[in-house]
Write a protein that binds this ligand. Structure first.
Ligand code: PHE
Length: 455
């Protein structure tokens, strides 16, 4: 046991902790989900609500997960079992591992499309395309059947190769190199987009303050988004924080990651919407925006072909670093609880993800091979997305709030989170109050609304 503890890898510095954790938070969610929702649901008013959600739900749960990981130095199942052995809490860790799989089944598929679009941008495939061609190209990609599967395999091979290199040589090295690059690329795209004629309409779309759009469903959307964005509820932050340095200021890390992640989302919106409006397009949601509108709009502007490469490269970075944190959850579990070597654990998990991920890759469009097959009235692709984002994530978040808020010994929690008293206890007191009395109530509301019990 002692041996295992000593051999366990970890991040080497506070900076490494920051970039790895930010790498997890920044993902596809920043590039299409956040900017679009902000624009659609009241701009500045939505941002304000989102910030409140981060403070009242996102940060408390993140700190709760940090506690579980750093105090035990274990994977998500082992962490619960170490704190409260033999009372069944380990099963909630297993649920987190399953949640990771469901996300990965479709996330790896969408990431495959992103990689493919980067490849297409580099090969100049988007030069002079029209709206009809952009649509047909994307249609061809989602219908497949081979190319989405092949790109999904390439994605998993990339993620696996990085993970096999280990926590320091793999995750730390890659996130420390790529996250700063992501910032540079996004700012490059911003400068170009914001200097286009008519860019102001795009800025207005994102930042106009319209409180009349704030309704109950919008608040719940902001709430759901806040913990999807911060990678909460499925053990990623438990696993990563088990690699944190002992003296890391967990409050500081949580706050810096939340603020930087929101900044990336806003910078992404500022790269996308000014360009979209400048060319008189309608801002569509989700995949349509990312895979049809962007190639169309960027290919029409000066320097567009280079920016398209930059844009899909930064999207690939975001998707990849988020997936590192996702897959590390079952990898750490297999290594520590099942006695697998790291390499074998990575390979087995990649195969599990690809095995079921194929179902997502073949069902993303209604005319795809499995597009007409439905389970509980949803295609595989939609089912994986729905189960993970709408059911397991909020439920996992709620379990963390209850476990850390009510089951863990308060003195023990205080010792870990204040680094033995080095961090002001008022911060800690505020955290405990919110985690106990506010976060669970809000989470129950999101959960009930996401499964359709309240509308
Ligand atoms: N935060 C990631 C994104 O914005 C998604 C994610 C969710 C990653 C949950 C890990 C865990 O895309």
């Amino acid at each position: 046991m002692q041996d295992l503890q000593q051999k366990r890898e970890g991040f080497s510095s506070g900076l490494a902790v920051f970039f790895a954790t930010l790498g997890s938070a920044v993902g596809l969610g920043n590039i299409w989900k956040f900017p679009y929702l902000t624009g659609q649901f009241g701009g500045g008013a939505f941002l304000l609500i989102y910030f409140l959600c981060i403070i009242l739900v996102g940060l408390p749960i993140m700190l709760g997960e940090f506690y579980l990981g750093r105090s035990t130095r274990k994977n998500v199942v082992g962490a619960y079992e170490q704190i409260k052995p033999g009372q069944g809490w380990g099963y909630t860790g297993i649920m987190a591992v399953l949640g990771v799989y469901f996300i990965m089944f479709f996330y790896s598929c969408v990431a495959g499309w992103v990689y493919l679009y980067l490849f297409k941008a580099i090969s100049g495939d988007f030069a002079g395309i029209t709206a009809a061609v952009a649509k047909a190209q994307f249609g061809g990609v989602v219908v497949g059947p081979w190319s989405p599967i092949i790109w999904q395999v390439i994605v998993m091979a990339t993620v696996s190769a990085i993970l096999i290199m280990g926590v320091k040589q793999g995750i730390e090295r890659i996130t420390k190199t790529l996250m700063p690059l992501l910032f540079i690329l996004i700012i490059l795209c911003d400068i170009r987009a914001l200097t286009l004629p008519g860019a102001g309409a795009g800025v207005d779309f994102m930042f106009n303050v319209d409180f009349s759009k704030i309704t109950a469903p919008v608040i719940l959307t902001a709430l759901g988004l806040s913990f999807f964005k911060l990678s909460l509820g499925i053990g990623t932050m438990v696993t990563y924080s088990s690699y944190f340095t002992h003296d890391n200021n967990l409050f500081g890390t949580a706050a810096k990651v939340a603020v930087s992640d929101t900044l990336v989302s806003m910078l992404a919106g500022l790269a996308i919407f000014p360009a979209v409006f400048s060319f008189g397009m309608e801002p569509g949601a989700g995949p349509g925006l990312l895979f049809m509108t962007i190639p169309l709009v960027f290919s029409q502007m000066p320097l567009g072909s280079i920016l398209l490469i930059a844009f899909f490269f930064l999207s690939s970075i975001a998707a990849t670093t988020a997936m590192l944190s996702l897959v590390e959850v079952p990898v750490a579990y297999f290594v520590e609880e099942k006695g697998y070597g790291r390499k074998k654990a990575v390979m087995v998990n990649a195969l599990i993800i690809l095995g079921f991920g194929v179902l997502a890759a073949l069902s993303a469009d209604s005319s795809a091979l499995l597009g007409q097959v439905t389970v509980f009235g949803k295609s595989f692709f939609d089912l994986f997305d729905y189960l993970s984002s709408n059911v397991i994530l909020p439920l996992g978040g709620l379990i963390v709030a209850i476990f850390v808020g009510y089951v863990v010994k308060p003195a023990e929690l205080r010792r870990e989170l204040t680094n033995d008293g080095a961090i002001p206890v008022v911060l800690f007191d505020a955290f405990v109050f919110i985690l106990r009395y506010i976060t669970p109530v809000l989470l129950v509301l999101v959960f009930l609304s996401s499964i359709g019990v309240i509308k």
